[in-house]
Ligand binder design. Structure first.
Ligand code: MUC
Ligand code: MG
Length: 367
């Protein structure tokens, strides 16, 4: 079970439908495939999605930090020394998706070595999750049509609507159009990616007071400390902290400071080991939890559903597991399938998925 090598392989796959939101746009998935090799000949895999506008990471930077800083510190440890791995990775600040991918590739290698699925090793609560789809910025009619397509093709009935544009009416009109089109047959919540001020956020939430929203996520920046506390104290729905909580300590700060009342768990940024810590903290504090999406590809989504299905708290709500549908292609040998609004954990050991070597050869950009 000894780690012998780490690989970080860049690959680029275009989105057939780019995602636009208040803090950026994604047209090409410029991700990094991480592979962990062991002396038993096992290879564990995971995917790091750089989000420069969210965490300051880039594809080139992720490769550099894995090859130059992480690999030399991890080679020689065993797959069972995950706490030592986390401690060594924590010597480097930031770089959440690079750390998360290394952690999840190690869990995949462990599952493959033991002949067990990771979701069972983690918690084994269930083997599936309901799916929530994220709708990026567009005109109301286009976003309603997209929601119809997601419902008709995949049975999805929970939608996270990207908001944070000015004037706020651009976004409130979309949420109203969705509610008018679908009535109470869908669940709706909004994510501002820090686009509004606290005052704009409250005005928009009041405008949408009759639209039965489940949550509001990261509507204004967490650095507007008093403004955000004021906003959260005036809302009557849970306020989800997402990019403001890349670590468990950040969750503690935001929640105890009154700046959040719920948390988005993203395996793309806290891996499995860190996500366990965030999950347990949220459970102890009595917080609502949503399994979030870092605009993951299918490998990242397989990791997310493995974690989300492992615990009652994460499996209770629909998880954001469908943005890979907007990509023109992917790396997996067997594509993930969403049916009747549900994604099952892929059957098999580790994450239960295999990277197709031909697809990797086609999309890798280091050769
Ligand atoms: C989300 O929930 O915010 C968009 C930006 C990011 O960092 O993650 C995505 C989705
Ligand atoms: Mg978010």
């Amino acid at each position: 079970m000894k780690i012998t090598a780490l690989e970080a392989i860049p690959f680029d796959i275009r989105y057939s439908k780019p995602l636009k939101f208040a803090s950026g746009e994604v047209h090409v998935a410029q991700h990094v495939l991480v592979r962990v090799h062991t002396d038993d000949g096992i290879v564990g895999v995971a995917e790091a999605p750089p989000r420069p506008f969210t965490y300051g990471e880039t594809q080139v930077g992720i490769i550099a930090v894995i090859e130059q800083l992480f690999a030399p510190q991890l080679v020689g440890l065993t797959l069972l020394q995950r706490e030592t791995v986390v401690t060594r990775l924590a010597r480097t600040v930031g770089n959440p998706t690079a750390k998360a991918a290394v952690d999840m590739a190690i869990w995949d290698a462990l599952g493959r070595t033991l002949g067990l699925p990771v979701h069972e090793l983690l918690g084994g609560f269930t083997d599936r999750m309901r799916v929530s789809h994220m709708l990026g910025f567009d005109e109301p009619a286009v976003m309603v049509a997209e929601a119809e397509r997601m419902r008709d093709s995949y049975g999805i009935t929970t939608f996270k609507v990207k908001v944070g544009r000015r004037p706020c009416s651009l976004d409130t009109a979309v949420v109203r159009a969705l509610r008018e089109r679908f009535g109470d047959a869908i669940e709706l919540y909004v994510d501002g990616n820090r686009g509004w001020t606290a005052a704009e956020s409250l005005r928009a939430m009041k405008e949408m007071a009759d639209l039965d929203l489940l949550f509001a996520e990261e509507l204004c920046p967490a650095d507007d400390v008093l403004g955000r506390r004021w906003l959260v104290s005036h809302l009557d729905v849970p306020f989800i902290a997402d990019e403001s909580v890349p670590t468990p300590a950040d969750v503690t700060r935001e929640v105890l400071g009154g700046s959040a009342t719920a948390v988005s768990i993203k395996t793309a940024r806290t891996g499995f080991t860190g996500s366990q810590r965030v999950h347990h903290l949220a459970e102890g504090l009595g917080l609502e939890v949503v399994l979030g999406n870092q605009i993951d590809g299918q490998l990242g989504t397989a990791c997310a559903v493995s974690f989300g299905a492992a615990y009652q708290l994460t499996a209770r709500r629909a998880g954001e597991l469908s943005n890979f549908l907007d990509m023109s292609d992917d790396l997996l040998a067997e594509p993930l399938q969403i049916r009747d609004g549900v994604l099952h954990v892929p059957p098999g050991n580790g994450h239960g998925v295999e990277v197709d070597p031909d697809k990797l050869a086609r999309y890798r950009v280091d050769r």
